[in-house]
Design a protein around this ligand. Structure first.
Ligand SMILES: N[C@@H](CCC(=O)N[C@@H](CS)C(=O)NCC(=O)O)C(=O)O
Length: 205
């Protein structure tokens, strides 16, 4: 497998999942700060000019949540075994795509502006900061009832949520984006990145 990668939240969902599953993958860096995502060689891989992209044989996947579903389906691990469970997993991945990532992207504009060297549009950041607490409140409610997004077991859905709930990823929005029940999820990804020795044990909480 090959992963086109930059250390920003969407690719991090996939690198986190690969670590949790203990899977090897060749990482191909795409430097967003240098605009490599707009170069013809990369646009041939993903015409949308975005990372992550996973290539596994003749399968090319260009959406982080589709990649997570693929890893779950192909490994049969960290992924529900029943149709109803898989539908729940997709439900939460769609919720993240539709209701959280667009606003998280607006809030993250301060970070993106620094990385790619563009001015910050404060109105956009303010719009994201206003909108984000509502869908994050839904996630907080889910995590207050269950240890992880799908219940008591950590899953690939958490691999999608953890980088987003990670406090350090969204410092501009401060505590509002990481209320108490959501913290263990954000912390898990930080721990996994910080202590590579843990990576040999994919299921360690
Ligand atoms: N819906 C896509 C979004 C991918 C995305 O927006 N990735 C960002 C990095 S986190 C990107 O490649 N941005 C390139 C750019 O803004 O030019 C996914 O979930 O994979």
């Amino acid at each position: 497998m090959k992963l086109y990668h930059f250390p920003s939240p969407n690719p991090q969902k996939v690198t986190f999942a690969l670590l949790e599953l203990g899977l090897d993958c060749e990482k191909i860096p795409v430097d967003l700060a240098k605009g490599e995502q707009r170069e013809p060689a990369f646009l041939a891989v993903n015409p949308a000019g975005r990372v992550p992209v996973l290539v596994d044989g003749d399968v090319t996947l260009r959406e982080s949540h589709a990649i997570l579903a693929y890893l779950g389906e192909t490994t049969g691990r960290l992924w529900p075994a029943t149709a109803a469970g898989r539908a729940q997993a997709l439900q939460w991945l769609f919720f993240l795509s539709q209701h959280i990532m667009p606003h998280a992207g607006e809030v993250a504009l301060r970070i993106r502006a620094r990385v790619v060297g563009i001015p910050v549009d404060e109105a956009t950041v303010a719009r994201g900061e206003k909108a984000l607490p509502t869908p994050l409140g839904v996630v907080e409610g889910q995590l207050a009832k269950n240890r992880w997004m799908l219940g008591s077991d950590f899953s690939l859905v958490d691999c999608a949520y953890c980088p987003v709930l990670n406090r350090r990823a969204w410092p501009a929005a401060g505590r509002r984006v990481t209320p108490p029940a959501s913290r263990p999820c954000g912390d898990r990804q930080r721990r996994r990145r910080r202590f590579p020795a843990e990576n040999s044990s994919p299921h360690k909480p």
